[in-house]
Design a binder for this molecule. Sequence first.
Ligand code: AMP
Length: 379
Amino acid sequence: MATIGILGGGQLARMLVLAGTPLGQRFRVVDSAADACAAQIAPLLQADWNDFAALEPFAAESDVVTFDFENVPAATAEWMAARTRVFPNPVALSTAQDRLAEKTLFGRIGLDTPTFAAVDSREDLERAVAATGLPAVLKTRRFGYDGKGQYVLRAPGDLDAAWQALGGVPLILEAFVPFEREVSVVAVRSRSGEFRHYPLTRNWHASGILSASLAPLRGEEALEARAVAHARRLAEHLDYVGVFALELFVHGERLLGNEMAPRVHNSGHWTIEGTACSQFENHVRAILGLPLGDTHALGHSVMLNWIGTLPDAGPVLREPRAHWHDYGKSPRAGRKVGHATICGDDPHELADRLERIGAALDRADQVAPAVAALRSGSP
Ligand code: AMP
């Protein structure tokens, strides 16, 4: 049995603990919040990321340390790596933390990106807009997630407001991509270099936060092969160990890299019930150096995120092959408090289940895109 230390005690840590416990592993989590939801099922060290004295015993008792939270300071990851094994490695983590470094790396491995430019001053912003054109998206280079730290510029008059909203920290400006679809590849690479990927997943966002995911995308084998080749090159380039997600825009024939998440990812939650070996179990396997598990889809799956508050569980629990996840968090606007994954052998059978759930929960809008994709036969 190994002791796995997780930096961050949110729902990702919680699902890692739930997946790794049957493998006989022991878990510890660190979080600055006393009510971190993973602490309901694993011992919590309540500490700040830069409190190295408090982290010392945690490092000493952890055989392996990993992340639930991608914005752990690079200094903390490096400090940990000097004391115990840390996966993914601190360089991979810090590359993925910085949108500029990340997009620069995408270019180096041959993955196209939206046109982008670094913005550190108001003059930079003018120059960057001249390069990208409008509309464009101004983003903080670091600490952005779920659409936070972003401003969409539509007209030259928006520059002042955007600069006022975000200026003062390192920024990146990206051309706005009028994509047809957003997709992600969740993949895993083990300590021995074994690489596997889950089926390409289609994602829908609302207000910058993931709303629904659908997998697999039948008939999209060529697109999947291109996306997976990029994910593999990225993992090999970074000597990455563990699960990660590569988020991509599909625009015409173009596949554009948006971002990489150096951890298990929300668009891979469906793998808990939709595959034989979930992203969470495969992350644990990878960081322990165990053989990786089967990543193939078992039929079709749709994941629905519950943001802010949990709806009534009844309509989900009453459906066959529908699975309810309550993260044990208190409600708060914009907070991920749970999700449901609904599976089916047949796309229409799954669409029927989603429509019943959407109607009963008054969430027809949330299920509609996945239902349409399933019914169209080419999601
Ligand atoms: P991000 O935090 O970068 O993943 O952005 C959150 C969401 O905003 C993405 O999933 C997209 O829906 C949208 N978005 C981000 N960047 C762009 C872009 N350059 N063009 C169009 N939409 C974008």
